[in-house]
Write a protein that binds this ligand. Structure first.
Ligand code: SF4
Length: 172
């Protein structure tokens, strides 16, 4: 059978929910319906690396966009995603279609239309607890901002969609 030459780029935890902050998984392993739809449509899948897992590991707290918005984390995201941008450019130069990128709305790193803010400072449980301050705001997460910026630098326009962090099986 001939290859379709179609590719969808997925944020890491859509294929491996184990990367998420402990307690935030909404499925046992992956976003099955979303992945099945892509597979049934005949596209291949590129899985992006998880920037938070590779930065702070599986014992990290849930954090907000303000906390991740540091030069060091931006540098980490850029280093992680550059090889994937190169792949995307090479596929496109060779007649492949990158159909879309799918991120995770609500995430401080992978949000596309919505991310989260509410940094309160101090320890969990102190006055002004971060969980009470947490709110969704319009805008991209840091990792997605870096990725989209690099694609733009290279003049590459690819549709960027997202699932909701609380329903990771439905693309918005
Ligand atoms: S949303 Fe992004 S940063 Fe968060 S677990 Fe998924 S891939 Fe990692």
């Amino acid at each position: 059978m001939k290859r379709s030459r179609k590719i969808v780029v997925l944020c890491h935890c859509l294929l491996n929910v184990n990367a998420k902050v402990l307690g935030l998984a909404r499925s046992p392993g992956c976003s099955q319906n979303l992945v099945k739809g892509i597979v049934d449509g005949g596209a291949g899948i590129i899985q992006l690396p998880c920037p938070e897992m590779t930065y702070l590991g599986p014992r990290r707290w849930g954090m907000t966009r303000e906390q991740y918005d540091t030069s060091g984390y931006r540098h980490h995201c850029r280093e992680l995603v550059l090889p994937f941008v190169s792949q995307i450019l090479d596929y496109r130069r060779n007649g492949y279609t990158i159909e879309r990128v799918i991120g995770i709305d609500g995430s401080p790193s992978c949000g596309v239309k919505r991310t989260c803010e509410g940094y309160a400072g101090g320890e969990w449980g102190m006055a002004g607890d971060q969980q009470q301050n947490l709110r969704e705001v319009e805008g991209k997460g840091i990792f997605m901002e870096v990725l989209c910026g690099l694609l733009q630098e290279h003049g590459v326009a690819i549709p960027v969609d997202a699932v909701d962090e609380n329903d990771m099986d439905g693309v918005s």
